[in-house]
Design a binder for this molecule. Structure first.
Ligand code: NAD
Length: 433
């Protein structure tokens, strides 16, 4: 099937590459010139496991190409996916301007044949109607329908998540739309991955409800971790103890520096905003956001206590990405913590295997090192902020020669405290004894 994708970011690029891999003919429209030339030159502008290989193969097979022309994509596609950003506005509502701009561009070029426009961007309930309206304004007689197909991929494992989904959710308003969506996902449906069919508004809410629930789970774990810190209890045992209950489940119960990334914070804020507007305020989600914000200060205060102050303290921050496996630093708690440490007078050096460049765009003053060794040199305290595997491999006996103070605060609980204490380190995990 001929498919057009609007927006070649984390979601659009992965969706495009994976749909090409499933055998479709894909055109991706990208308006960012730098990103587009990178893609047209055969390079991949984001870090995502397996994506380079997928793009190389499908490009060679002629199944995926990149353009800045909306018209080219609309004229050559039966199904169009909207995968542009939906950032937060200052009041927490969702900025739909990119989505509605794409809707207009689609409308301008729609022909006589039926076209299915699929919203894959995360959008508030009722956006399907707004997109329909925006298209109708420029193309009142065009034959089209707007469907919802929220995306659940996780950065770091995005390709795998797309190709082996827990479920595919499609919100459609007609049999014709459903038939096309089934064709798009035919190989995955045949493979037996759950395919949930619903109306458009339900599909839109499923995405927000899923993210709000996951953000709540993380926040719950962080909240219990703080209790563990003050009661001398091991949070990992507590999470194991509750997570083995099949009604609860162990996933997303890992305490850390708070949830971040381009989705959870903005999606929870959006649901809070929209729910208030609708007269059914989700006040517990406001609390989730508040507790998550507090986690930054909690980490900074714990480190301050461990070091006996922060003023002029040399700190090695390991990790800047909001989680491992990605170069994405949007809403990364690591950046917020590093920033706060600087405000409190600490001298921070940081290292991240993939996200340094992106971090410097947000914190240009940050001293970013090119290796772990360089970061640890002269440090009085080490702060683990992202759970990269390579941080688990650090030889702390050797590192001792370079470090000035042997204090480690491991907000991701990836190191073994017992071993480190034997080496003479003061080790503190998040909610660990
Ligand atoms: N990143 C994730 O993990 C993830 C997961 C699930 C859902 N989502 C949702 O998917 C959507 C996209 O997220 P993302 O992380 O891929 O964003 P992104 O910022 O990485 O990508 C969006 C891309 O759209 C491009 N763009 C903007 N306007 C355009 C236009 N008119 N025509 C063509 N391209 C245009 C931008 O240049 C950018 O490259 C958001 O709604 C997000 O909430 C994201």
């Amino acid at each position: 099937m001929k498919i057009g994708i609007f927006g070649a970011g984390y979601v659009g690029l992965v969706t495009g590459a994976c749909l090409a891999e499933l055998g479709h003919e894909v055109i991706c429209v990208e308006k960012d010139r730098e990103k587009l030339s990178c893609l047209q030159a055969g390079k991949v502008p984001i870090v995502e496991e397996g994506l380079d290989e997928l793009l190389r193969r499908n490009r060679q097979l002629g199944r995926i190409r990149f353009t800045d022309s909306s018209e080219e994509a609309v004229k050559n596609s039966k199904v169009l996916f909207i995968c542009v950003g939906t950032p937060s506005l200052p009041d927490g509502s969702t900025d739909l301007s990119f989505v509605l701009q794409v809707a207009k561009e689609i409308g301008v070029s729609l022909g006589d044949d039926f076209t299915l426009v699929v919203d894959k961007s995360t959008v508030p309930v009722g956006t399907g109607e707004k997109v329909t309206e925006a298209i109708k304004q420029v193309a009142p007689f065009a034959s089209f329908e707007v469907a919802s197909n929220p995306e659940f991929l996780k950065e770091g494992t995005a390709v795998k998540d797309f190709m082996e989904p827990d479920r595919i959710v499609v919100g459609v308003e007609s049999e014709e739309a459903l038939k096309l969506m089934k064709e798009v996902y035919a190989p995955l449906i045949e493979h037996g991955f759950p395919f949930i069919v619903t109306d458009r508004r339900t599909a839109e809410l499923i995405k927000y409800a899923a993210n709000a629930f996951l953000a709540t789970k993380i926040t719950f774990a962080n909240s219990i971790a703080r209790l563990c810190d003050s009661w001398g209890v091991d949070v990992l045992k507590v999470m194991e103890g509750i997570g083995l209950d099949s009604r609860i489940g162990r996933a997303f119960l890992n305490p850390g520096p708070g949830f971040g990334g381009s989705c959870f914070p903005k999606d929870v804020k959006s649901l809070v905003y929209e729910s208030k507007k609708s007269g059914q305020p989700q006040t517990f989600l406001e609390e989730v956001l508040r507790v998550n914000d507090q986690q930054i200060e909690y980490v900074v205060n714990c480190l301050e206590k461990l070091l006996g102050g922060l003023e002029k303290k040399k700190i090695a921050a390991l990790g800047l990405a909001f989680k491992k496996g990605t170069d994405d630093v949007r809403e990364s708690p690591a950046l917020k913590i590093v920033n706060r440490l600087r405000e409190k007078g600490a001298e921070v050096k940081a290292y991240d295997p993939k996200a340094s460049e992106n971090a410097l765009k947000i914190l240009p003053w940050l001293e970013v090192c090119s290796s772990i060794d360089e970061t640890l040199q002269g440090a009085e305290g080490v702060l683990i902020l992202t759970e990269w595997d390579e941080f688990k491999e650090i030889d702390w006996a050797k590192a001792e020669e370079n470090i000035k103070g042997k204090v480690i605060y491991d907000t991701r609980n990836i190191l073994t405290g017992e071993k480190l204490r034997q080496l003479g380190y003061v080790y503190q995990g998040m909610g660990r004894k």
